[in-house]
Ligand binder design. Structure first.
Ligand SMILES: [Zn+2]
Length: 326
């Protein structure tokens, strides 16, 4: 039997091209990137309509209006990744012309901060890869400090939550975060296919299982009772329940299954008084915006029903951490 109402939490990794540079060319991702501002504004409207408290984990680079201003605010020391494809500082320094829509979003961040119940969290300053070679605790500390200072300067807010890029979670760094005032992070689903790994560890088999798991329940609901949330190195781990995979024409016939999978897990959380944690990147919605937003609205309608029927609540990661206490 449940003792507390269930909790619905959403976190968004807001990163634009910085989070995609090692995966796809800027040109190849153009339609997603160009559609992101509109997608963010539409998501904020939906969040207001359904009273959703969401956590926006923002890459620090996005706070700046352009490359020149960003170049005057770089942390010291900085990582030099052994694998150059992850080296966003090298990319930043070598590319004198960076397209604004793909790389910067101060106006959108302002809009997010002005919308009620939206938490400004961090996705690190530089989309930092915590498990790659060429970085260490010193460069991580400098990165996080720059992120917290930038957020405070631009929004007046203290960062309380973090989402690690690529969900590469390094337990050795949690103490650094706690010292910077960050109290919570989004952990991975508790199943071996969702464990954090470096780039080499991302096998085809795992990706296939994760894909199938979007449509059929292979690995469980990934919900968690608030009292079972673990504190690691002073930070509360609020694990992911599901990545909201964007619309794809190839899999569109399975969209009904995808929705059913999300809704079933949300209902389970509402009935059992557990936490359901959904996440995606705003740029996932940039392309096929209408379809993605319609899909999101169906999820939010389901949340509204669960709120009315079972008292489920929407909370940010920071709000969950405050409720769970020490
Ligand atoms: Zn990312």
């Amino acid at each position: 039997m449940r003792t507390h109402p269930g909790i619905f939490t959403i976190s968004l990794d807001f990163e634009l091209y910085w989070g995609m540079r090692d995966v796809v060319s800027e040109e190849g991702y153009r339609s997603n990137l160009e559609g992101t501002p509109e997608a963010v504004r539409a998501m904020l409207s939906l969040f207001e309509k359904y009273d959703i408290h969401a956590t926006w984990a923002i890459v620090g680079f996005l706070f700046f209006p352009d490359r020149d201003v960003l170049m005057r605010h770089l942390p010291e020391p900085r990582p030099v990744y052994r694998n150059a494809q992850f080296d966003l500082y090298r990319y930043l320094i070598e590319n004198r012309q960076l397209d604004k829509t793909s790389h910067f979003a101060p106006e959108l961040i302002e809009r997010i901060a002005e919308t009620p119940h939206q938490e400004i969290a961090t996705h690190t300053f530089s989309h930092y890869y915590c498990l790659e070679e060429g970085q260490d605790a010193e460069t991580f500390r400098a990165d996080i400090r720059q992120a917290t200072e930038t957020t405070k300067r631009e929004t007046g807010r203290q960062i309380r939550s973090i989402v690690f890029p690529r969900n590469q979670y390094n337990p050795d760094y949690l103490e650094i975060l706690a010292n910077e005032g960050i109290h919570t992070f989004r952990g991975n689903e508790h199943h071996p296919v969702y464990d954090a790994s470096d780039w080499q560890g991302r096998g085809l088999h795992r990706r296939l299982v994760k894909l199938l798991d979007t449509y059929v329940n292979l690995t469980g609901y990934h919900t968690c009772a608030p009292s079972d949330l673990k504190r690691v190195g002073g930070l509360l781990d609020i694990p992911s329940s599901r990545f909201l995979r964007p619309y794809s024409p190839v899999f569109s016939l399975l969209d009904g299954l995808k929705l059913r999978r999300v809704k079933a897990a949300m209902t389970h959380a509402a009935k059992e008084g557990e936490v359901y944690h959904l996440w995606w990147h705003p740029h996932n919605f940039g392309k096929d915006r209408e379809k993605n937003l319609m899909f999101l609205e169906k999820i939010l309608e389901h949340y509204r029903m669960l709120r009315e029927r079972y008292g489920m609540r929407s909370l940010t990661m920071e709000e969950i951490e405050k409720e769970v206490g020490c």
